[in-house]
Design a binder for this molecule. Structure first.
Ligand code: ATP
Ligand code: MG
Length: 294
């Protein structure tokens, strides 16, 4: 017995402080996951994912864009050609690889991308019967919550959704903290919004209780068009404070940039589109601060 007690000598404090530190795991805040969604086509989802992501990265945040659209426009618009997409979001959702293994860097510092390919069109058919079909992306994102040495810890994950309320979009909504909805400033802007909100509601009830609408961003605003001002007023009346103050103007530089494989902020930092996306990023960071404080 006395032998046992004597073996319990306290470890000298001086030696403890000289031991190597354990790597810092799980120290950082989990990334904020925002799904950029609207089942209407051509409203500015991809443009917003690319340029908001670039603007957040320019402000100093580490950002991951997940291309969840088989069209792969976010991947092309960020200059990731098809040859560089040997591993894609399809492989991740199919459970063949980890999300980290699909991520590629972009030309923008602090901005990474998980690219997509046309394979994603087969997702619903191939995975649509499995019990966890709506949670594939959510499960794939979980490892990003742990920050490990040598791995980027993302502050924001932006998911570029396809123009449909299909299983891919439901996966995005189930994985997200919040939805960011681009609405084009045109006559039918609000058409389809109630259907989108209903889908958000049922995902919240059945899959993801914490899901919120982060905000609505009005896109392609043309001040020469008399109707555009009326559309802005209507959307603000209908959605109130959910509508961001920042409005993205229609700007030809924004539409030219993807053909060069560049975000507009890289293509022409001084144009009105770039300035608007920088303002939107600042507004989103501010909203995030307010949410955390609340
Ligand atoms: N602010 C803008 N000014 C001018 N053109 C724009 C602007 N925003 C987007 N566009 C152009 O409008 C078109 C549709 O935009 P985008 O591809 O971002 O929409 P989307 O909602 O992702 O489309 P889809 O539903 O097909 O995925 C593109 O050609 C894009 O370059
Ligand atoms: Mg798109």
């Amino acid at each position: 017995m006395s032998e046992f007690v004597s073996s319990q000598q306290p470890f000298p404090a001086a030696e403890i402080s000289s031991l190597p530190r354990a790597p810092q795991l799980a120290a950082a805040r989990p990334p904020r996951v925002l799904a950029v969604a609207n089942q209407k086509g051509g409203v500015g989802k991809t443009t917003t994912a690319i340029n908001l992501g670039t603007a957040l990265a320019a402000i100093g945040e580490d950002v991951l864009i997940i291309d969840l659209d088989p069209q792969g426009n976010a991947s092309t618009g960020l200059g990731i050609d098809r040859k560089s997409r040997s591993r894609s979001t399809y492989d991740v959702l199919a459970g063949e690889i980890a999300l980290r293994d699909a991520i590629v860097p972009t030309a923008v510092p602090r901005l990474s991308l998980a690219p997509s390919t046309l394979d994603l069109t087969g997702f619903e058919l191939e995975i649509g019967q499995s019990h966890d079909r709506a949670l594939r992306l959510r499960n794939a994102l979980t490892p990003l919550n742990v920050s490990a040495p040598e791995q980027t810890h993302y502050a924001y994950v932006l998911i570029d959704c396809p123009p449909s309320l299909n299983l891919l979009t439901v996966n995005a909504m189930a994985a997200a903290n919040a939805i960011l909805v681009p609405l084009q400033c045109e006559f039918f802007a609000l058409e389809g919004l109630s259907q989108l909100l209903k889908t958000v509601e049922s995902v919240r009830e059945q899959l993801n209780p914490g899901l919120t609408i982060h905000g609505i961003v009005l896109t392609m605003y043309d001040s020469r068009n008399n109707l555009a001002g009326q559309v802005v007023a209507d959307v603000r009346q209908f959605m109130g404070s959910k509508v961001y103050d920042t409005i993205i103007p229609r700007n030809v530089r924004v539409s030219e940039a993807p053909s060069y494989g560049k975000p507009v902020l890289v293509y022409d930092l001084k144009c009105s589109g770039s300035e608007a996306y920088l303002r939107l990023a600042t507004e989103i960071i501010q909203r995030e601060k307010e949410l955390r404080a609340a």
